[in-house]
Design a protein around this ligand. Structure first.
Ligand SMILES: C[S@@+](CC[C@H](N)C(=O)[O-])C[C@H]1O[C@@H](n2cnc3c(N)ncnc32)[C@H](O)[C@@H]1O
Length: 281
């Protein structure tokens, strides 16, 4: 069974019908479930519940990932960055990139990109910009950089001659090595001006019991989803050519923690690495 939903296009054009395939799990909706959201369906909840059985800290880890996103965006804003390109946006949740960036600097511009129809269906919630700033949403695939870099919304909101924060948070583990995510990422890095930031998290099974990691991986595979665990060294390679800011690539909750929950988490509970790096001047 699948379900058609009405949605209003983010540019205000006439509603269309899109097929959300609610009968199969989607990563954006599983993540929404972990975060306690309501934009998920039985198939998403069943797959996510199997992961939670194996790794009870999965929801806490997702919240830690979300808090990292907030800290990293504030860090970039603190460096004077006012332009954000957030690829793999996800279903709107609390503290979306533009809310964090514009709380620090109301004139911030944020371009969101995702390829999942359910994220598109919720894009309106991402377009609530502060009057001084601007936000836009592009329905596009990370693997097609030209469609994102060259999109009219990007041209309107982002001046690539000035620093940009590029966010690829909890995205690259959905891309197998055969898609060469590092090479695709390089294309984005090429167009970023000196002083730009790369903000990235990536799933890993390296920090947990290997049997649990293997069981989680096969749960995703059985659900028809490919998720690639990468080691810290492999994640670090995504930052090549940029200078990592302290503390480098670390378990997500260890990147400049602020909240009690981050200090309370253990490495075995977290399934991801995080880092922020800057393009040399
Ligand atoms: C786990 S969510 C992360 C959401 C948000 N970045 C965060 O960390 O809170 C991953 C998102 O990446 C999106 N995604 C997966 N593959 C993608 C691709 N090839 N191009 C664009 N978005 C993609 C999914 O649709 C999903 O919304």
């Amino acid at each position: 069974m699948s379900e058609n939903w009405n949605w209003a296009a983010s540019d205000g054009s006439a509603p269309s019908k899109i097929d959300l395939r609610t009968d199969i799990p989607h990563p954006a909706r599983m993540y929404d479930f972990y975060l306690g959201g309501k934009d998920n369906f039985a198939a998403d909840r069943a797959a996510a519940a199997r992961v939670v059985e194996l790794l009870p800290s999965a929801p806490a880890g997702s919240r830690a990932n979300r808090r990292f996103l907030g800290r990293a965006v504030r860090h970039a804003a603190g460096l004077g960055i006012r332009q954000f390109l957030d690829i793999g946006t996800g279903i709107p949740a609390s503290n979306n990139t533009h809310e964090v960036a514009q709380a620090a600097a109301p004139d911030s511009h944020v371009v969101y990109v995702d390829n999942d129809p359910i994220v598109l269906a919720h894009a309106r919630a991402l377009l609530t910009s502060a009057p001084e700033g601007r936000t836009a949403y592009i329905d596009a695939d990370f693997n097609d950089p030209e469609s994102i870099i060259g999109a009219q919304q990007t041209k309107d909101l982002i001046d690539f001659s000035r620093p940009v924060a590029l966010l690829v948070v909890a995205l690259l583990h959905f891309l197998p090595d055969s898609a060469d995510p590092a090479a695709v990422l390089d294309r984005y890095k090429e167009v970023l001006a000196p002083g730009s930031a790369l903000i990235l998290t990536h799933g890993t099974g390296e920090l947990m019991d290997p049997e649990v990691a293997a069981a989680i991986s096969s749960t995703y595979t059985q659900a028809g989803l490919n998720i690639v665990s990468r080691t810290r060294a492999q994640v670090q390679r995504f930052f090549d050519g940029f200078d990592l800011v302290e503390p480098g690539v670390v378990p997500v909750h260890e990147w400049r923690p602020e909240a009690e929950e981050d200090f309370a988490m253990t490495r075995e509970e977290i399934a991801g690495y995080a880092g922020v790096a800057l393009r040399r001047g």
